[in-house]
Design a protein around this ligand. Structure first.
Ligand code: HEC
Length: 149
């Protein structure tokens, strides 16, 4: 445990571990629930931006597959982060009022990004360019469920 402090941010990590509840699944702090889903969304944002730089030929395409895989994995993490009905952040209350629709959109997002990652492996940049608009349903969901602040 003492080794942790050698890393940048080690104090924060140690503090988090110290704050861990003894019982797994103990009530989650609303602020943590919101922070968690926002971290996942920010990851999607960064990976999508990186992918955009590749398809617009600003940078090398060496990581094309890795970025599409990162987006597919992060998409899979997103749904669970919204399961607790905790209003706040930029989420509209409709996320939980219309949960079946929200869940359906998330599941479609998972399926499509999974397909995009597979296409990237076989078809490279041209196929990703063809499929990315359909696969990255970010705006469609945000228009309905995200409060722009
Ligand atoms: C099925 C719905 C859905 C999909 C798909 C989705 N998002 Fe989101 N996103 C949300 C919701 C809801 C919020 C508000 C979260 C909060 O702050 O409580 C959000 C918030 C965000 C935020 C703000 C995070 C912050 O720090 O406040 C970013 C950035 C973001 N999304 C990017 C993306 C990107 C990029 C994609 C696609 C690659 C994507 N999202 C796909 C629903 C979605």
């Amino acid at each position: 445990m003492t080794g942790l402090v050698k890393f940048a941010g080690g104090f924060a990590i140690a503090a988090m571990i110290a704050a861990m509840p003894l019982v797994a699944g103990a009530a989650e702090d609303p602020k943590d629930v919101i922070d968690y889903r926002e971290h996942i969304m920010k990851t999607l944002d960064a990976q999508t931006a990186a992918l955009g730089m590749i398809v617009s030929t600003q940078v090398t395409d060496e990581n094309l597959v890795a970025h599409t895989e990162a987006i597919a994995i992060t998409a899979k993490q997103a749904l669970a982060s919204f399961k607790l009905n905790v209003p706040g952040g930029e989420s509209k209350p409709e996320v939980w009022k219309n949960w079946p629709d929200f869940e359906k959109r998330m599941n479609e997002f998972v399926e499509k990004t999974d397909k995009l990652a597979k296409s990237a492996k076989t078809g490279g940049v041209p196929v990703v360019m063809e499929q990315m608009v359909d696969a990255l349903t970010c705006k469609g969901c945000h228009d309905v469920y995200r409060e722009k602040k």
